[in-house]
Design a protein. Structure first.
Length: 390
């Protein structure tokens, strides 16, 4: 009998289904507010757009290309932001963080590898592992763990995993691993021979706790990042992976065969985006106020069991007192209020049916309106017990 493949267990991204329903509602005239995806609503900063327009006007053929200037600029960013030296050759530009994750997994591991992740965690971690015939080892991380992997999880694992994917700030929770714990995680991985992939896509989006790079503690880790979050460029599809020195050539061989190169136009725009920090930092200030407004509204509505929202632009909240079916809850909320959110089942297939994720990467006006709709919905009684199919 043919053995089932790990890849056959890949699950759908349920937030996409909700987003498609929301798009149909918008096309029919509904005033939809999108809080289901983690994408900034403002778009690329002005300097990045201007640089792209200049390149287009120049008639550049924009062929296959990897910008040496952009890799150098990213290297200087790591020196300035984290005090670590990253040779530009170790930086491989990719079509966003998703291919960067695939590239890191293919370069650092082989089929059958066991890779630890936190649960709740980003849906693509476990599904990318399965697609590559690897095994996700999901560790239940609740309030006692601040919804994050801890060093003890690595030290207590029997047997030790081959790898660890760590994210700080994390999706869906926004929780940050404090520097001392990140150092302990790196130490535990060294002790047990565990290779680290650090997803740092939400760096520069934090509200009080310092974010360190894993490179401050482990120079042989893979680091994933992109221009989609802080830089507001998700549709430009551009990211990078920092590779261990010994695996750079292997990563480049895989990248060239699988992905060729990222969009040339996006690389020109991204180089300019590094000079747009005042505009981008002003957006982070808006997110900070949005976070405070949303948390206050949820508390007023009795939703107080919430993961520590230290960074990123998410609130991951328990709605266990309201439902045992987060997908049905999100569908009902969307139908009644035109407010699109993400069900917890995307991030936690075991306990996520009792959680919901809000993204507040929106204008202050849209978050204010979202809070008003939530309040009206709950006070009307519609936000009560929602169980079973919508």
């Amino acid at each position: 009998m043919t053995q089932p493949r790990t890849a056959d267990a890949i699950e759908p991204f349920h937030a996409i289904e909700l987003s498609q329903l929301a798009q149909k509602m918008r096309a029919a005239g509904a005033p939809v507010i999108h809080m289901e995806f983690g994408q900034p609503s403002e778009g690329a900063p002005a300097g990045a757009v201007a640089a792209a327009q200049q390149v287009l006007s120049s008639g550049d053929m924009l062929g296959y290309w990897e910008s040496a200037a952009l890799r150098e600029r990213i290297s200087r960013h790591y020196r300035a932001a984290y005090g670590v030296d990253v040779a530009p050759r170790r930086i491989v530009l990719t079509c966003g963080a998703s291919p960067a994750l695939v590239l890191a997994l293919l370069t650092g591991f082989r089929a059958g590898s066991r890779v630890m992740t936190a649960r709740p965690g980003y849906v693509a971690y476990r599904n990318s592992l399965r697609a590559l015939e690897m095994t996700p080892i999901e560790i239940a991380c609740g309030a006692n763990d601040r919804f994050q992997i801890a060093a003890r999880h690595i030290r207590e694992a029997a047997p030790a995993p081959d790898g660890l994917i760590v994210a700080s700030p994390a999706n869906p929770t926004g929780t940050i691993i404090p520097p001392h714990e990140l150092a302990e995680i790196a130490a535990a991985c060294r002790e047990r021979g565990v290779r680290i992939i650090s997803d740092e896509i939400y760096h520069r989006l934090s509200y009080g706790i310092e974010t360190q790079s894993i490179l401050n503690h482990d120079d042989d880790a893979f680091v994933i990042n992109s221009f989609s979050k802080y830089y507001g460029m998700p549709g430009w599809r551009l990211g990078w992976v920092i590779c261990p020195e010994a695996l750079v050539d292997a990563a480049r061989a895989r990248a060239g065969n699988l992905f060729l190169s990222p969009p040339a136009l996006s690389q020109h725009a991204a180089l300019a985006a590094f000079d747009c920090e005042p505009e981008l930092d002003a957006r982070v200030d808006v997110y900070r106020r949005n976070r405070e407004r949303l948390l206050a509204t949820l508390a007023d509505l009795g939703i107080t069991d919430i993961a520590p929202s230290d960074g990123a632009f998410y609130v991951y909240a328990s709605i266990a007192h309201l439902t045992d079916d987060s997908m049905a809850f999100c569908k009902r909320l969307l139908a009644d209020t035109a407010l699109a959110t993400a069900p917890g089942i995307d991030f936690d297939p075991v306990n996520g049916h009792r959680f919901i994720r809000f993204s507040y990467a929106l204008s202050a006006e849209l978050v204010e309106e979202a809070c008003r709709r939530l309040t009206d919905w709950f006070r009307s009684g519609a936000g009560g017990d929602v169980r079973g199919p919508a």
